[in-house]
Design a protein around this ligand. Sequence first.
Ligand code: GCB
Length: 692
Amino acid sequence: MARGLAVAWAVLGPLLWGCALALQGGMLYPRESPSRERKELDGLWSFRADFSDNRRRGFEEQWYRRPLRESGPTLDMPVPSSFNDITQDWRLRHFVGWVWYEREVILPERWTQDLSTRVVLRIGSAHAYAIVWVNGVDTLEHKGGYLPFEADISNLVQVGPLSSQLRITIAINNTLTPTTLPPGTIQYLTDTSKYPKGYFVQNTYFDFFNYAGLQRSVLLYTTPTAYIDDITVTTSVEHDSGRAPWLTPVIPTLWEAKAVGSRDQELKTILANTHWSFSFLEGLVNYQISVKGSNLFELEVRLLDAENKLVANGTGTQGQLKVPGARLWWPYLMHERPAYLYSLEVRLTAQMSLGPVSDFYTLPVGIRTVAVTESQFLINGKPFYFHGVNKHEDADIRGKGFDWPLLVKDFNLLRWLGANAFRTSHYPYAEEVLQMCDRYGIVVIDECPGVGLALPQFFNNVSLQNHMRVMEEVVRRDKNHPAVVMWSVANEPASHLESAGYYLKMVITHTKALDPSRPVTFVTNSNYAADKGAPYVDVICLNSYYSWYHDYGHLELIQQQLTTQFESWYKTYQKPIIQSEYGAETIVGFHQDPPLMFTEEYQKSLLEQYHVVLDQKRRKYVVGELIWNFADFMTEQSPTRVLGNKKGVFTRQRQPKSAAFLLRERYWKIANETRYPYSIAKSQCLENSPFT
Ligand code: GCB
């Protein structure tokens, strides 16, 4: 895309926003406010896996009708957590089919008596298919893990004398089929000389353990019956040179200066090109609000800065707030004051038959722009270089269960590393993770669970419809996070297939229509000449494992092969490129010099070879590098995996391997070269605290 076009796209994007969402209703993160309460249901739930041959005993015996303990033995199961690694029962670790969760809750009396209160049950995620009963009443179904779903249960709790006692039963099935996302297949092994009757296995086509269960929080929250259903915010920035009340220094980044050569020359170039410009920076915050439960209402919108000072206000369901001298949301290490957040306070006043009702919701807002040219990824008009990681939601015992200590530890490690970005490989992460990214300035490529699209039969119409719906859910949930700068619709689909070309085109086009304000990509490991999806992406994301999955041990080939990779792709597409995965398996504590595979030395040497070429290309059109992987993680068992995938630069317990130190040095060096306005970033975590 030419620069002019990119700019037009960045400007037009916000205006075109929101024209195509097909989902009913919003999915605002449940926050407390003067009009909203929250009751978290984290803790111990009763649990049973249905080990019956057809896995349907729970339905046949209607386990949801009575307390679960009355239909058989139950286990204590922590929520949030994957169920797989919690017990000593190997059958549960590998279980495929229906599991049953149940929790009894006492509600505050007001929730059950006050008819102007709406009570909502919200499930952060249930992998992969869930049915929910409240007091035995079929209430909600949801297809797909990793994304939230909710139901208004007011009419179930606001009836009868026992209504403050609530029994929530959730049946979850982790089976992956050709039309789920991710897809999978169930294979029956019928040779009775080898397998018992009815023996089957779940085949998956991705490289992480298919953890399941209630892996994120379940909660109840309230709103008034007339309520703020959804808010969509997009932002842009205007520079108005005619209205300047102050002078702004315009300093070239060291990256731009570097092009000229020696250190002396670099400094001279910086000084020579630094000029004082009269520019007035105005942030524009476009909002769109949907209200449910009333047609007769007023909306007031106030934008507050980080010191709680009012900077702009408006009224009505849509509008534009102007913020003179706006402080922009910058990525970590790109600016001295990264991750600046405003608060958008929305107040609804609705006229109801019982009198006026108010609802309040506060949304964090970062003012920033994102645009793509044919060789750059721009944030706030400045070239942004992704120096970061790929992650997984994965840890000992809890599996993919959300865990605050783990989350905060991971963010401290990211900051220590000097990482400014990650991809949510290979599914949308918990909302709390994205909130941390907003607050820490960690840029996110938000990936949907489109992973393992490996077989031709997975590119069918039913899957396509489902994939588009999943993208709607992802965009609906994550659209307001300034940290999210790009959507990834898939990881390593079989994109050489014709059918995949059409499929990817449709999913990408749909995603762009859902959110024209962000670029869209998918991550490929296909050959540049064969890939049928690449024409539709804004940024090319490439995975390659030179000297790992082929030419094993031959580190000397990496530079040549990587150079060829970059040059062929760029020549074909003239789009910015991200090295979205590269890495080597390393068992912590294995050492060998000269380096051999699986040792710490080999991982470091492989990375160093990649870095030589990345350094050559990052000044041209390569706009990022994301190591595979942040930490070791669990996979299915196979002869090529030793207790999981060991390509982490940290162990699964978050201790650094030698490669972490190498990467840390590199990322801080790059940060110091690309900072805007230019100044040295200090590699001390505490000194870079976003809260000081
Ligand atoms: C890949 C996949 C990732 C794997 C990784 C590996 O290309 O995208 O899911 O874990 O390679 O280590 O093989």
